[in-house]
Write a protein that binds this ligand. Structure first.
Ligand code: SF4
Ligand code: SF4
Length: 371
């Protein structure tokens, strides 16, 4: 068997569902990517704005690079279809263990095996989720799938619920044919996006995307985008769930990605009442720890506001005493969105005792929503 075939079979043995090879040529999408950043579509994700020239040329990342080994690992988990209005939604990639550590370990096993097989002088580097836009072009070139109108990489048989990873190496390999676009006239993902985050097909304005708003954004969520977040408290699967190519998506074989107890449709009130210690215990080694307690509870407050359920008012009233101004500000908004006499009384009381200007502004705005 050739080295390429051996690598493919070793990668599958290690749990990678998709494997392909492409030459380490410069990326055609580099100009598109630079324009995407310049238009502000990367939001506050400054790490995506650095080293643009390096990201666009695999040879600049690994001197003498000839090939890129592209890999995909399925993370799909089913979402329960019935849900209580006071329960939150977490994107399916984030309901189990954090994928970075697991995939990186597997990549290292694969890379060490490649070096043992091909010779110790073989050069290369492993990457997981370091350049999300450009790695999709590499994966498309390596035949893993096409770049869909929802900007996800889609495999015709397995859909789009995949983590992507790469190894850039100076090895010469047998290359795959690039994948072909099968979106056709479909526009389901574009039509379904709750925050209108697609200015054009194949282009995502991350600064409007719920995944960005709930995970990457550090400060307040822009008020006009809050209603569109619905019950999403970490990430969003809408544009993948509606994609017809995901109809046959199979549950991930990897046990670490299985939904943890309590994270399928978590109680929003229970989450809002988490102190720091409970948060750390619940989200240890889970992706949802990324926005920290303040960021996650900010999202939970918005989801409670969107529920419109007065049953949330007592918990929101208590949360107006939270030490974090970011949480208090979004709790005030939630009370304004739910409305009713109790919400008004709570907000008027908070107006007298609140000392933080940003929260006071949210309280005043919430009261104006009630008028
Ligand atoms: Fe829109 Fe959600 Fe897709 Fe983001 S993840 S583009 S918010 S549908
Ligand atoms: Fe393409 Fe339709 Fe899937 Fe969107 S929903 S990515 S347009 S096939």
């Amino acid at each position: 068997m050739s080295l390429s075939k051996n690598i493919r079979s070793k990668a599958r043995e290690l749990g990678f569902d998709l494997v392909g090879f492409t030459p380490a040529d410069p990326l055609q999408g580099a100009r598109f990517y630079a324009r995407w950043v310049a238009l502000g579509f990367a939001g506050e994700m400054n790490y995506l704005k650095r080293n643009l020239d390096k990201r666009a040329a695999p040879a600049k990342m690994v001197p003498g690079a000839r090939s890129v080994i592209c890999l995909g690992m399925n993370y799909y988990q089913e979402t329960p279809s019935t849900a209580h209005p006071l329960s939150g939604k977490i994107a399916c990639y984030a309901r189990g263990d954090d994928y970075h550590d697991l995939i990186k370990k597997r990549l290292w096993v694969l890379w060490n095996w490649i070096r043992e097989t091909s010779g110790e002088t073989t050069q290369g580097r492993v990457y997981v989720d370091t350049a999300p836009v450009l790695e999709r072009e590499l994966a498309q070139r390596a035949g893993l799938g096409w770049w869909g109108k929802n900007t996800c990489l889609i495999d015709k048989k397995k859909g789009s619920f995949f983590f992507l990873a790469e190894i850039i190496t100076d090895l010469e390999l047998e290359y795959d044919e690039p994948a072909v676009d099968h979106c056709g006239t479909c526009t389901r993902c574009l039509d379904a996006c709750p925050t209108d985050a697609f200015p054009d097909p194949y282009v995502l304005d991350s600064s409007r995307c719920i995944s960005y708003l709930t995970i990457e954004l550090k400060g307040p969520i822009p008020r006009p985008l809050r209603p569109g977040m619905g019950q999403w408290i970490f990430g969003c699967d809408v544009c993948q769930d509606v994609c017809p190519w995901n109809k046959r998506a199979e549950k991930a074989a990897e046990k670490a990605f299985r939904t943890r107890p309590g994270l399928d449709r978590p109680s929003l009130i229970r989450l809002l009442e988490m102190d720091r210690q409970t948060f750390n215990e619940q989200f240890r080694r889970n992706p949802a720890k990324r926005p920290k307690r303040a960021g996650l509870l900010r999202n939970v407050a918005v989801a409670l506001g969107n529920s419109g359920d007065v049953a949330a008012v007592p918990a929101l009233t208590r949360a107006l005493q939270d030490p974090e101004p970011l949480i208090r500000g979004h709790v005030a908004w939630a009370l304004g969105a739910i409305g009713g006499a109790d919400a008004r009384t709570t907000l008027l009381k908070a107006l007298e005792s609140e000392g933080e200007p940003t929260v006071l502004e949210e309280i005043q705005h919430a009261l104006s929503m009630l008028n």
